[in-house]
Design a protein around this ligand. Sequence first.
Ligand SMILES: Nc1nc2c(c(=O)[nH]1)N[C@H]1C(S)=C(S)[C@@H](COP(=O)(O)O)O[C@H]1N2
Ligand SMILES: [Mo]
Length: 318
Amino acid sequence: MLIKNRPGWEMPESQATPESVFLNRRSFMAGGAGLIAGSTLPQVAAAQGADPTLDLYPAKKNAAYTLDRPVTEEDLAANYNNFYEFGTSKDVAAASKKLVSRPWTVTIDGMVEKPLEIGFDDLVRKLPLEERLYRFRCVEAWSMAVPWTGIPLKAFVAFAKPLSGAKYIRFETFLNPRMASGQSQRWYPWPYTEGLTIAEATNELPLLVTGIYGKPIPAQHGAPLRLITPWKYGFKSVKSITKISFVAERPKTFWEGLQASEYGFWANVNPEVPHPRWSQASEQVLGTRDRKPTLLFNGYGEQVAGLYKGLESERLYM
Ligand SMILES: Nc1nc2c(c(=O)[nH]1)N[C@H]1C(S)=C(S)[C@@H](COP(=O)(O)O)O[C@H]1N2
Ligand SMILES: [Mo]
């Protein structure tokens, strides 16, 4: 199962051949229809230039996760993003199309039984996928509510088989300034990294997200694989993950590296602890004129409050 592929993000864009182009060429040489007739669904999708995981959507809905507000309009969520690799404005959807998300290799390493490099399209078929409605809260005090499709992180951890010494998971985004011009800005500590404790990672809430609105996730939301931790500020939800490492020490995150006085490791949502630049007392709901009061743990206290017993002396909320 060890797949050694030079990841697309290590090559200049001009040299990277997305799998869809390769397969198109093959199906053309084989006479197109002939090849498609004997192929599996994902092969047909890829041969047609579509996402090779398209057949997995829409995934089964998990009805346990409900909302107290309407779902944010898809277009709105897709055009108001934070993805600093492609620019620091909210208008990065067009620029993020430069993201080459196939082929995409995920490295699983550190303190695990067997370190692994695996193609994203293989990984996603080895693990359960489901759709959940979650509220999402950025530290800039805007919020949205969206249907994510993903792998419960807990199931991924079981798949990775961490050793007992592993206390944290560290997530890392690609590093390729030729593909992502924001990464030429040297004052940022690229690549983007984030982390969770193993206890947080094996809680029921975090999702390794592969889709949104019942479809494979588009570039601007962090294709092909990103994290979602709905009780934490949005910056914990690292996009376009290429490496997941199990480690003994608390990893230093991208935002801590940039400004440790403003951003901590835990970053749990709390209306009573302001960020130096944004009060967290209320949030602006995207697409509405509503300002809603912020809830402790973004309303997910029932699921996660227990994780922080005995840690009250730590900077849990920023
Ligand atoms: N790699 C990477 N991941 C990232 C970011 C980023 O700039 N780069 N921004 C974070 C922030 S601040 C937020 S609010 C969310 C935004 O996710 P969305 O654009 O899908 O709504 O992504 C997070 N993950
Ligand atoms: Mo954010």
